[in-house]
Write a protein that binds this ligand. Structure first.
Ligand SMILES: Cc1cc2nc3c(=O)[nH]c(=O)nc-3n(C[C@H](O)[C@H](O)[C@H](O)COP(=O)(O)O)c2cc1C
Length: 373
């Protein structure tokens, strides 16, 4: 069923009124957090961090402008220098970075918003330019198609080196420290970036993970590292403030899996057992029956966030039909800081300017107009 956006307008309904379907504008209880609506700002890299990968002071304004989302998830934020793969992306591993994020969370909370930090390690989606000439790391030394964005422009991704088992343990510790830093920076929770071909995803999928030790082979082994990371972060936050983003159909950066339904069903089962706050699945809504998301909805007992090409109509339909609890919007929210209001009013949308998605300063970042601005 499709619910018109206006169906959710608050009204002085009497207790005997027929209950309305849930919509994008219905409040939602996420653990001990009350979200004002079911619209999520999807995490988006904007490549505007300052020297030392410290968040740009403009980031406070950018997130405050979007604080009418029920929940905001930050741009991907690296857990360590080894986790970097794009220029001007912020980190969560130095005191300066934590101070920069504190300015963001304070401003967002003052504006009444709720914000989780997305924690990231790119693994093989990187380049020696970021690592003093050393090779990027991955589960296995397999070639990768794609380009990295370094201080020298677009450069071809090189074949990474395989991580030693003791290095895997070190990265689990890095995630735990970054989770603690996110807490010190005043975030409301953290999301693990397990999607889009980065390190956690590289371990999960058999096309990227050819290891023969305890971290490779059967799915219970391939999921070991992401689950160890989840456990380390839960130790810091408790499960009700930790989410996980997965992309079962993503095929960029040479990513593949021989059985995505089995792989991601196993992951969802285990994350459900850990009582994680939410599973965030990005998979194009237009992909039809091939989507893994409906299966994951059945398996994962916590909150499900869906993402991938949603608009007001398909987002409301997903909520009303019980296919998801929350819907994350990327590009529409990037270009429309007041997206919830626009969807509610059925108002026209600003067009997104792809040329300013990454890098630059104010333009395309904090200058998209709000309605009546
Ligand atoms: C400019 C840009 C940057 C992005 N950066 C991230 C990121 O840092 N982390 C992440 O999980 N996804 C990232 N994404 C993916 C979005 O979160 C989202 O999954 C994708 O845009 C699909 O949602 P949409 O159709 O609503 O835009 C990015 C997308 C865009 C357009």
């Amino acid at each position: 069923m499709t619910v018109h956006a206006d169906a959710a307008r608050p009204s002085a309904s009497s207790p005997r009124a027929t209950p309305r379907s849930k919509t994008l504008f219905s409040p939602y209880t996420l653990g001990d957090l009350t979200l004002a609506n079911r619209m999520v700002l999807s995490p988006m890299t904007r490549s505007r961090a300052l020297a030392g990968n410290v968040p740009n002071p403009l980031a406070a304004q950018y997130y405050v402008q979007r604080a009418s989302a029920g929940l905001m998830i930050t741009e991907a934020t690296q857990v360590s220098p080894q986790g970097v793969g794009y220029i001007r992306t912020p980190g969560m591993h130095s005191a300066e970075q934590v101070a920069g994020w504190r300015a963001v969370t304070d401003a967002v909370h003052e504006a009444g918003g709720t914000i989780f930090a997305q924690l990231w390690h790119v693994g093989r989606v990187s380049h020696p330019d970021f690592h003093g000439g050393a090779l990027p790391v991955a589960p296995s030394a397999l070639p990768v198609e794609g380009e990295a964005f370094t201080q020298n422009g677009r450069v071809k991704i090189v074949t990474p080196r395989a991580l030693e088992a003791n290095e895997i343990a070190d990265i689990v510790v890095q995630f735990g420290k970054a989770a603690a830093n996110a807490k010190a920076a005043g975030f409301d929770g953290v999301e693990l970036h397990g999607a889009n071909g980065y390190l956690l995803d590289q371990f999960l999928r058999d096309g990227a993970n050819h290891r023969t030790d305890a971290y490779g082979g059967a799915i219970r082994n391939r999921a070991r590292f992401p689950l160890e990371v989840a456990a380390a972060v839960i130790d810091v936050w408790g499960p009700e403030r930790v989410g996980f983003k997965a992309s079962p159909s993503f095929s960029g950066y040479s990513m593949s899996d021989s059985n995505p339904t089995e792989t991601f069903s196993y992951l969802a089962t285990r994350l459900s057992e850990l009582k994680l706050a939410y599973l965030h699945v990005t998979e194009p809504v237009a992909a039809g029956r091939a989507r893994v998301t409906p299966t994951l909805r059945q398996i994962f007992k916590g909150t499900l966030i869906v993402n991938g090409g949603y608009d007001a109509q398909s987002g409301n339909a997903a909520i009303a039909g019980g296919e998801a609890d929350l819907v994350a919007f990327g590009v529409p929210f990037l270009a429309n800081p007041d997206l919830p209001l626009r969807y509610r009013r059925n108002a026209p949308l600003n067009a997104a300017d792809q040329a300013t998605f990454y890098a630059g300063e104010e333009k395309g970042y904090i200058d998209y107009p709000a309605l009546n601005a």
